[in-house]
Write a protein that binds this ligand. Sequence first.
Ligand SMILES: [Zn+2]
Length: 243
Amino acid sequence: MFPEISLIGRLEALDEASHRLQARLAELPKILTAEKKTVEEKKRHLDATRGRQQANDGERRARENAVAQHQSKLTKLRKQLDAAASEAQVQAFEHEIAFATNAIATGEDEILTLLLEAESLTAEIEELEKAHAAAHKQAAANFRSAEQEHKTGQQTLAGQAGERAAVEGQLSPAMAQLYAKLRKRYKSGPIVAETDEGRCGVCQIEMRLAFWQKMQNEPDVLYQCEECGRILVCNKPVSPVEG
Ligand SMILES: [Zn+2]
């Protein structure tokens, strides 16, 4: 294997790690935005349910007022009935009394239905408040940990950039140039390709027999895939990068 391959491998591992970390850091704001949306949705649901509770309350008060009015009218009608002077008057008052009694019964039924609805709305609101508070708390905690992750990530990236410069500095100018050229071409992908039974391990092209035999016979020379240009090695000497 040609001597600089371990430096190239290290450079590649650093680039891969930085690329992964940059992608992860770019994901963070999206994750936080999605989470914020979830919290807002929970708040909207809570507000809508509170609105329903208010409407229920208003409706119940209106019904209660109507029933009270019918009741006071009923009291008045009963007195008028006692003082009725003719059969026609008795019939008229009795008719009105029946109407008011009926209206009171209907109103009371409606009030009961509204009360039952109010009870379940109160329970629902309690659950929604809990869910909203929990989501809000979780989102705030995640925001803080994302901030920390971002900060640590930036430090790691700076460290990787420093190490990268040092490794690059040890390469011959020609090799550094080749690496830079390949990196430009394969921004996030591999630059070193392991051979795979006579094929390039990345682009999978089958090598010419003469080329393949030369690789076996003169292993200490730089070989590039004739198809994709990647640096070929029989065993990739890659040391993983933390983070
Ligand atoms: Zn290839």
